[in-house]
Design a protein around this ligand. Structure first.
Ligand code: AP5
Ligand code: ZN
Length: 209
């Protein structure tokens, strides 16, 4: 199955993908995670994109499309994928349609107040990328990852200024993709406001129809 997870920052794309990838037995390809692992690894690409991610702006299309093209060459992507955070512009959507056919584009719907609450409370383990929320999904010991015992961090782009910028970037550049995919009869709206297990169950049910 070839799926795209679309939706505003903080809608829960990564949270749902980490469960759905096991259910459907397909890899979770998150462009945000790919960029963050380049930053962590200190690669040339990582150096090039670090400041862009921290501000919440988008990495240039050419760079992002090339990175996804490379990821698609890996063996696990041949059986299907969940693309999380790509495409984010019309140019990326056009490039993707030349690379792969898609089964569905999932539009996770969440209001602005909940988006801000989810992003500002998110915490992450730097080495594994595992995500928590201070209220909705807290670790067993405050500020500490359950598995690695490492101190949790806040993503640079989850600081208040960057959150506001990401929301306006989303509205200007990514929201037009909703109409783009709706016109092509590929869009499936999913209410992202319930708990993750309910959102996942709704998604599985809707995809089976
Ligand atoms: P990326 O990492 O993709 O960030 P994003 O799209 O802003 O999405 P998030 O990861 O913030 O949110 P999410 O929907 O995954 O939510 P999550 O599950 O974590 O991109 C980062 C940056 O990389 C971009 O700003 C850009 O610079 C660059 N980039 C990436 N792709 C690009 C592209 N295609 N083109 C150009 N640049 C690109 O959940 C959020 C929080 O809510 C967590 O704390 C979680 O525990 C909690 N939560 C989740 N679900 C629920 C629920 N159902 N109930 C209660 N709490 C919940
Ligand atoms: Zn994410």
């Amino acid at each position: 199955m070839n799926l795209v997870f679309l939706g505003p920052p903080g809608a829960g794309k990564g949270t749902i993908a980490s469960e759905a990838k096991t259910y459907f037995d397909i890899p979770h390809i998150s462009t945000g995670d790919l960029f963050r692992s380049h930053i962590k690894g200190g690669t040339e690409l990582g150096k090039q994109v670090q400041a862009i991610l921290a501000s919440g702006d988008l990495v240039p299309d050419s760079v992002t499309i090339a990175m996804v093209q490379e990821r698609f060459k890996e063996a696990d992507a041949q059986k299907g994928f969940i693309l999380d955070g790509f495409p984010r512009t019309i140019a990326q959507a056009d490039a993707l349609s030349a690379m792969k056919s898609l089964d569905k584009v999932i539009n996770f719907v969440l209001d602005r107040e909940q988006i801000v609450a989810r992003l500002s409370g998110r915490r992450m383990c730097k080495s594994t990328g595992r995500t928590y929320h201070v209220l909705y999904n807290p670790p067993k010991v405050e500020g500490i990852d359950d598995e690695t015992g490492e101190a949790l961090i806040q993503r640079d782009d989850d600081k208040p200024e960057a959150i506001l910028n990401r929301l306006s970037v989303y509205e200007a550049q990514t929201e037009p993709l909703i109409a783009y995919y709706r016109e092509r009869n590929m869009l499936l709206d999913i209410d992202a406001s319930p708990s993750p297990d309910v959102v996942l169950a709704d998604l599985i049910k809707a995809l089976a129809k």
